[in-house]
Structures are given as structure tokens and as C-alpha cells.
Design a protein around this ligand. Structure first.
Ligand code: ADP
Ligand code: MG
Ligand code: MG
Length: 874
């Protein structure tokens, strides 16, 4: 018999996979002797079992739940469903990884028409009893029975209005009884049967609902965005209720042991008196600053401060705590490592080392590499910002700068983004879990309500997205899609605004931004990462500007320079097009002669900028027709330049059309058909290196042949390169080292890497193409296909977003082995987009690559991921 249920006192923090994060920490805190309401955890394995059993709870699991319930009743000294001394519980989900707001909690479970009366009598507090009951009916109906929460809110608002109550706390016991009455009528109307009165049925239905919620659409989207596997399941915690809504000597709150925006070592949080559960974060009343608790209940405050400190030292990390005060007595309901902004994460990591609470290695593991992204992007230009005057001010909920067009619905933001709108700002009254995709699509988020711990604030900080929350100076009309600023000006969908998530200011229009800098704790922390990592990090850069950015972010070379990108500029595209449409070798050579000086100049710029760091240059790669003019005006212009008719040119363009260009006439195949292109590019590279070296540098260019699949083809192209290069070097009478290598991006090349290494002096995995060709799935068409695959759960997330270790990774390993067998010192790298993805970087470290190369903005991410790979593999 497997054990599916653990009392809190039976578990501990190391049992996270089984008990979920919340359950494991409740158990750990229980073990530490902290004031945690008693309870038990139904394991994640029980959740998996529930799905395996066709979404039913087996007799075995049910029995174990009732057994644990009986034991808990015994300890607490109250009984489920007993009106004279009722036991009430909360039913709380908790997966291995925290999924904020993804799965809902039910409070006060166990109440019924008779029990509520008993509770009123027992506590001599009728108002409290009915306040608890109305909350329970709403939560149970919403979470378990899928009756919309807003329908209950409407009733509550109506009763408030009828009785002139402004806040929930203004409602009397009689008012709340009326609320309960109407809630039950609503429930019966919606469901066709009465609200369940048997607490055991309530309990089992609630447990099932938590299990079910693991697979609700918003949980699935959240998992996709956060790389959480669908087969982890969620645990369920069943816990004795403690009551923050018993009057003015009771309350509930949340607090971080350090400031989650800045990392400052100072308790940071909010609380509300006479409130329960999510009241603080739901923004229904304005919460108090945690410091104020010291005035209201100094004893509980001191105790809380001490517990916060104990927990921080125990977990060696900043904690995020939930607490409740029942009639002056403090209870701790949750602790976890607090989510924080990237800036706070770095400051906390560096501080923890200084405080002797963590080693450098431990500190390195505390920062999620992906989070750094938010520090690497531009912030507002200081001068421009001084001139701008805010149109409103809200709370600085998540730092950063955003400028974009406003949208008022999550789905509109997503739609705009998908149709190519790069800068979107989502404006909402408040956000909820349904808005996640829209929030992800947005550069910035602006809400009209809610505090620093509101949904929008917490989620935005987690995503590293700029957010201004609780901006009640603006009037938002979501339905009619506009908002009015504090001066009365109206903004409609598509209008530009700018948000400063560090000050809370909102501006009209676009404000220019400036690039990020790596200084202070950021620099210190990255220095530690560099001491630890063994994998080198290069950047993909095509221009001196990219190269400068890459160096500033710590790149140690260029792993990929795409020569074709140099030709898209307006003054060059014509020369390049002439080359493409040439019909004879002579014509092409002539056109190439026009291109040579430009290309040589580009390389000189790049080499100069890189100051002797290695630079890998890839020969022309894309299908030529990508460069051809599409619209009439461009075609006419080119025809005129070529002195041919537009119709003739159109015929040429048509002849270059390919049915499947991804697998078409591109890469080294171009060099096979048109050796003069490879000759010109080699000349440009070698001459540039010679020129730059004359000025005292020692550039060793790495010339890379793309899209190879066959050793004879490698040899053919390499011969062109070597012949050309050696002739130029001899003629110049200088000494110049250069290398010739290949991309590995066709599965056949990976399989035959041992042969290819007889010619190639280095390999660079082009994992974009390698992934597409291994899956036989084109990225350009994958979207629609993947939607269906997600729906039927063949895939949970885009399988091409990271290196697919099972398939693509296997090919990479074969290629590494083959390459090393032939050429033990072969240089190995990766230059696909995956080079900046943390788990892919870890994989590259494991299989023994020498470097990863990624976009300049991802270089720090890769540096950190490479350091983490070393620590994790120890
Ligand atoms: P989430 O994971 O969304 O934070 P929780 O399970 O932590 O959900 O609970 C939601 C709210 O209810 C929190 O404020 C929590 O402190 C409160 N809560 C949960 N269980 C209890 C309980 N047994 N007694 C009092 N409050 C509780
Ligand atoms: Mg919680
Ligand atoms: Mg490629």
C-alpha cells in the first residue's frame, strides 16, 4: 500500500516533490516548532493516481484522507460537522514549483446551515460566523462548482448598497445572513440543487477540484511559459482554519523578509485587520504597511519579526510569508523563497555572501538566468524623461521602462503582438490569472487597482515585465477600450504611452530609451559566474555595433557573423541583387567586385571592434530569392539598373523560386554552384584580417561553411577557400593564420561528423536548422500544428524552444564524439538561438562544447547558466 497522505508533522522540506512546495514548507515549519495551524497533505502522487484512475479518487486514497482527518480532529479537539465545536479547514493546492494564483484555495470548509449557527454561538460572534460562511459558499461555488465569482460579487455589492455599507467590514451580521441567503438561492438557480451540507462531501469535492485545477487552461498556459512538466501534479493541503476575520483584534497579511523590488534588507509587507485569506492581495480595502502592526499588536509583531528572521536563516534565502492573527495570536500559513525582481535577486545574492549566509556557489544558484533579461534592456533616457511630464502616477510595482500602444484586453494584446506589433502595453482595471498570456505579450502593464502584492504586480515581477499598478488617477473603461488621464485627456486602443515601473509614473507618447549597464552588484555577481564557469560565451553579431554591445556584456568572441545580414541595408541591396540575377559568371563576378570593398570594410570594422577575440564568419547561407525585390516599384528600379525589362527580371525571379527553400538552394550549395561568391567572401575576410593585423592586432579568422551534409562537398568548398586565402596571403607577403570549419545543422552531418572533421577544423552546431530538420518541422509553419499538439497533449510546450536533448541532443553527442575521434582538439560551439537558453547552455556544458554563442543581450544569461552548469554537475 502506498502512502498518499502525510500529516504536517510527518514531512519536511526535502519532500517537496511529493508534498509540493507549500506542503513541504508547512511540514518543515511544523518541525521547527513554529505556530502553524495543524493539518495534512495529500501527495502529488495521489494527483497523478487521480488522473490514472480516470479522474476519480480511489477508495485507498479516500480512506487515507479520512484517517488523517480523524487524527487531526483528535489533536485539534474539534469535529468535522459538529455544530457544538466545529472543525473547519482550508483546502489549498501546492505544486512542486510555485504557481501563483493558478489554483484556488477554499477557506472555511465544513460550514453548513447548522454548523454556522453553532459557530456563531460558540464564538458569540454571529457576524464572524456568517462572514466565514458567505466566503466559503462563494469560494466553493467558484472553485469546485464553476459558478462565476462575479455573480456572487454582484450580490455582495447589492447588499452593501442597500445598507449603505462602503466596505465589507461595514456589513452587519444580519446583512451577511442576507448575503448567505441570496448566495444559496443563486447556487440553486445555477446548479439545480442545494448547496451541499455534508462536510465530507464538501471535502472530497474540494480535493477533486484541486486535482482538476492542475489541468485547467490557465494552469497549462502557465506551465508552458515556465517549463513546468504536466506530469508533476499538485498536492492538496488540508489545514485547520485560523480566523483573521474575528474582529479588530484579528487580521491577515503577507510579508517578504527583504524588499522584493530592491533587495533591501528590511521587512516588506502589508496586512489588513478583520480580514481573511486573499483580502490583502485582492485590493478590496487598502492594506496597511507591515510596520504599522507594531502599533496595533506589538507582541505579535515582535514574534513575527523573529520568525521571519528564523526562517530566512533556516532557508538561507529571502522568504515570502503569509500570516494570520486570530484574536491577537499569530499563525504562520506559508513560507517560500520570495519571488523578486532581477535587481533584487542580484542584491540579495551578493548580500547573502557578505552576511556569511551563502557561499558564492550557493549565491550563483539563487538567480534565475532568464531573469537577468530585464536588466539587459534599455531604460528611459534621463534627459527625455526630465522633459516628459507624467499623466498619472501609480505604484512602482515592477521596475523597468516600457513604451507601447495601449490595449485593454489580454486577448487584444496577444492579437496585436501576433500581428507584428512589437510594443504593446496592457491596461486593465486589475489582472487575474486569465490575463497571463496578454501580460506575457506586453512590454508593460498598467492597472487601475491593487497594491504592491496584487496579481499584476507579482506576476509582472516574475516575468521581468515593467508594471505600474493601482493607478487610480486614471479612469479605465475596459469595455469601451479607453482611459482618461488625470488631466481629463482620453486614450484609446492603439495610442502610445510610456510606463516607468521604477517610479510608478505614466507618460503620454513614446519616450526614448538608453541601454543597460553592468555595474555594481551585477558586475560583482557576473565576476563570480566567470570564475566558476568553464564554457566560453560568444555572441552572434553582424555589425560593429552588435560587437560592441556583445563585448560590453562580456562576450569572449563572435560565434556567428551572418554575412548576408550585411546586405539588407538600402545602399547595398541593389548591388547584391545584381549579383543574384546575373546570368553569366562574368556578370556575377563583376557584381561581386562591387560588393567586395563593402564586405571587406564590414569585416575590418568587426575585427577592429573585437580586438583580437575570435570571430567566426559564415559564408552566404540563405536562399538567394529572399533578397529579391517583391513589389513592383523595387522590381522596376532593379530592372532599370540592370538595363533589362521588368518582365525579363520577373522571369528570372520566378526561376529562382523554390517549393521548399529551407531545404533548397542555400548554404554551401550556393558556393558549389557559384564558387565566385565563396571566393569573393574569402578575399574580403582575409584582406580585412591582413589590414587589421598590420595595425598590430592578431586576428585569426574562422571561416565557416554552412549547411554541409557530405565530406566531398566540404572539401570542394574548403579548397576554394584555401586556394583563395593562400594566394592572397602569399601575395601580401605576410603571415596569417585562419581556420576553416563547418556548421553542423543537417542530421547527416552530425552522423558523419567523424568524416567531416577530416576537413573541418571546428564545428558549430546550428541548432535552429538542426532542430527543424530533426523534427522535420518548419518553424514558420509550426504554430498551427503545435496548437493542435498542445490540445491533445502530445507536446506541452514548443519542443523547438530549447535543445531537444533526446533527439537533437543525441545527434549533437554523436557529432561531438565523431569530431573528437578524428581531431581531438576540434573546437566545438553552438550558434543557434539555443545558445542563450539556460537549460540548453547546461546541456552544451555537459556534452563538452567549448563555447556557446548567442545574441548579445543573452550573453550574461549564458554566462550565468554556464556557471550554474558547473555547480550543478558537481
Ligand atoms: P495561494 O497559493 O494562492 O497563496 P493559499 O493556499 O496560500 O493560496 O491561500 C490563500 C489565502 O488563504 C492565503 O492568504 C492564506 O494565508 C489563506 N489561508 C489558507 N489556509 C488558511 C487557514 N487554514 N487559515 C487561515 N487562512 C488560510
Ligand atoms: Mg499562499
Ligand atoms: Mg542554418
Amino acid at each position: 500500500m502506498s502512502k498518499f497522505v502525510y500529516l504536517f508533522k510527518e514531512g519536511n522540506a526535502s519532500m517537496r516533490n511529493l508534498l509540493g512546495g507549500k506542503g513541504a514548507n508547512l511540514a518543515e515549519m511544523t518541525g521547527l516548532g513554529l505556530p502553524v495551524p495543524r493539518g495534512f497533505t495529500v501527495t502529488t502522487e495521489a494527483c497523478i493516481q487521480y488522473y490514472n484512475d480516470g479522474q476519480t479518487i480511489s477508495k485507498e486514497i479516500e480512506d487515507q484522507i479520512y484517517e488523517a482527518l480523524a487524527k487531526t480532529e483528535e489533536i485539534v479537539g474539534k469535529r468535522f460537522g459538529d455544530p457544538s465545536n466545529p472543525f473547519l479547514v482550508s483546502v489549498r493546492s501546492g505544486a512542486r514549483a510555485s504557481m501563483p494564483g493558478m489554483m484556488d484555495t477554499i477557506l472555511n470548509l465544513g460550514l453548513s446551515d447548522t454548523v454556522v449557527e453553532g459557530l456563531a454561538k460558540l464564538t458569540s460572534n454571529e457576524r464572524f460566523a456568517y462572514d466565514s460562511y458567505r466566503r466559503f459558499i462563494q469560494m466553493f461555488s467558484d472553485v469546485v462548482m464553476e459558478v462565476e465569482k462575479t455573480k456572487f460579487d454582484a450580490i455582495l455589492d447589492a447588499v452593501k448598497e442597500e445598507n449603505g455599507a462602503k466596505l465589507d467590514t461595514d456589513l452587519t451580521a444580519d446583512n451577511l445572513k442576507e448575503v448567505v441567503k441570496r448566495y444559496k438561492v443563486l447556487y440553486k438557480e445555477e446548479k439545480g440543487f442545494d448547496f451541499p451540507q455534508d462536510p465530507r462531501i464538501q471535502l472530497m469535492e474540494a480535493v477533486k477540484a484541486v486535482f482538476r485545477s492542475w489541468d485547467n487552461p490557465r494552469a497549462i498556459v502557465y506551465r508552458r511559459l515556465n517549463d513546468i512538466p504536466g506530469d508533476w501534479g499538485t498536492a492538496v493541503n488540508i489545514q485547520e482554519m485560523v480566523y483573521g476575520n474575528m474582529g479588530d483584534d484579528s487580521g491577515t497579511g503577507v510579508a517578504f523578509t527583504r524588499n522584493p523590488s530592491t533587495g533591501e534588507k528590511k521587512l516588506y509587507g502589508e496586512f489588513l485587520m478583520n480580514a481573511q485569506g486573499e483580502d490583502v492581495v485582492a485590493g478590496i480595502r487598502t492594506p496597511n504597511h507591515i510596520d504599522k502592526m507594531n502599533e496595533i499588536n506589538p507582541a505579535a509583531y515582535q514574534q513575527f519579526v523573529q520568525i521571519a528572521d528564523t526562517l530566512e536563516k533556516h532557508y538561507k534565502d529571502m522568504q515570502d510569508l503569509e500570516f494570520t492573527i486570530e484574536k491577537g495570536k499569530l499563525f504562520i500559513l506559508q513560507t517560500r523563497n520570495g519571488k523578486r525582481t532581477a535587481n533584487a535577486a542580484l542584491n540579495v545574492a551578493v548580500d547573502l555572501v557578505a552576511e556569511g549566509m551563502a557561499t558564492k556557489e550557493e549565491a550563483i544558484l539563487k538567480v534565475d538566468p532568464k531573469q537577468l533579461d530585464s536588466l539587459l534592456h534599455p531604460s528611459f533616457d534621463g534627459e527625455a524623461l526630465k522633459k516628459a511630464s507624467p499623466i498619472a502616477k501609480g505604484l512602482p510595482a515592477s521596475p523597468g521602462a516600457a513604451t507601447g500602444k495601449v490595449f485593454f484586453k489580454a486577448e487584444d494584446a496577444v492579437k496585436a503582438r501576433n500581428s507584428g506589433e512589437k510594443k504593446v502595453v496592457l491596461v486593465r482595471l486589475e489582472t487575474s490569472a486569465e490575463d497571463i498570456e496578454g501580460m506575457d505579450a506586453a512590454e508593460g502593464i498598467l492597472t487601475g487597482r491593487g497594491g504592491m502584492t496584487s496579481h499584476a504586480a507579482v506576476v509582472a515581477r516574475g516575468m521581468g515585465t515593467c508594471c505600474v499598478a493601482g493607478c487610480n488617477e486614471i479612469k479605465i473603461n475596459e469595455d469601451e477600450k479607453y482611459f482618461i488621464d488625470r488631466n481629463g485627456k482620453k486614450y484609446v486602443e492603439g495610442d502610445w504611452i510610456s510606463l516607468d515601473g521604477s517610479t510608478g509614473n505614466v507618460y503620454s507618447g513614446q519616450i526614448p530609451t538608453v541601454d543597460a549597464e553592468m555595474t555594481g552588484n551585477f558586475a560583482t555577481f557576473m565576476g563570480w559566474a566567470d570564475e566558476i564557469r568553464t564554457l566560453k560565451v560568444r555572441a552572434n553579431a553582424d555589425s560593429p555595433r552588435d560587437a560592441r554591445q556583445a563585448l560590453a556584456f562580456g562576450a569572449e568572441g563572435i560565434g556567428l557573423c551572418r554575412t548576408e545580414h550585411m546586405f539588407f541595408e538600402a545602399d547595398r541591396i541593389l548591388a547584391f541583387r545584381k549579383m543574384i540575377v546575373s546570368e553569366t559568371v562574368e556578370q556575377r563576378k563583376k557584381a561581386l567586385e562591387g560588393i567586395l570593398p563593402m564586405q571587406r570594410n564590414d569585416f575590418e570594422g568587426l575585427f577592429t571592434e573585437m580586438k583580437g577575440h575570435p570571430v567566426t564568419i559564415r559564408l552566404l547561407d540563405p536562399p538567394l530569392h529572399e533578397f529579391l525585390p517583391q513589389d513592383e516599384a523595387d522590381i522596376n528600379a532593379l530592372a532599370k539598373e540592370l538595363k533589362i525589362s521588368s518582365d525579363e527580371l520577373k522571369t528570372i525571379i520566378k526561376s529562382l523560386h523554390e517549393l521548399n527553400p529551407m531545404m533548397g538552394h542555400r548554404g554551401c550549395r550556393l558556393a558549389v554552384s557559384y564558387p565566385e561568391i565563396a571566393e569573393m567572401q574569402t578575399r574580403a575576410i582575409i584582406e580585412a584580417a591582413i589590414n587589421v593585423n598590420k595595425k598590430g592586432m592578431t586576428v585569426v579568422p574562422e571561416i565557416m561553411i554552412p549547411l554541409v551534409c557530405e565530406i566531398k562537398e566540404v572539401k570542394f568548398v574548403k579548397d576554394i577557400i584555401v586556394r583563395t586565402a593562400d594566394a592572397i596571403i602569399a601575395e601580401a607577403g605576410v603571415k596569417l593564420d585562419y581556420m576553416v570549419g563547418t556548421m553542423i545543422e543537417i542530421p547527416r552531418a552530425a552522423l558523419l561528423a567523424d568524416e567531416i572533421a577530416t576537413e573541418a577544423e571546428f564545428f558549430s552546431f546550428g541548432t535552429n536548422d538542426l532542430t527543424q530538420m530533426t523534427y522535420g518541422l518548419s518553424r514558420d509553419d509550426a504554430g498551427r500544428i503545435l496548437d493542435d499538439y498542445y490540445r491533445v497533449k502530445i507536446f506541452e510546450s514548443d519542443p523547438t524552444a530549447k535543445i531537444d536533448q533526446a533527439g537533437v541532443g543525441k545527434l549533437m553527442k554523436i557529432a561531438v564524439e565523431g569530431g573528437k575521434a578524428t581531431r581531438p582538439n576540434i573546437k566545438l560551439g553552438i550558434c543557434g538561438e539555443h545558445g542563450g537558453d539556460p537549460t540548453s547552455v547546461e546541456f552544451c556544458h555537459e556534452i563538452g562544447l567549448n563555447y556557446v554563442s548567442c545574441s548579445p543581450f543573452r550573453v550574461p544569461i549564458a554566462r550565468l547558466a554556464a556557471a550554474q552548469a558547473v555547480i550543478k554537475s558537481k
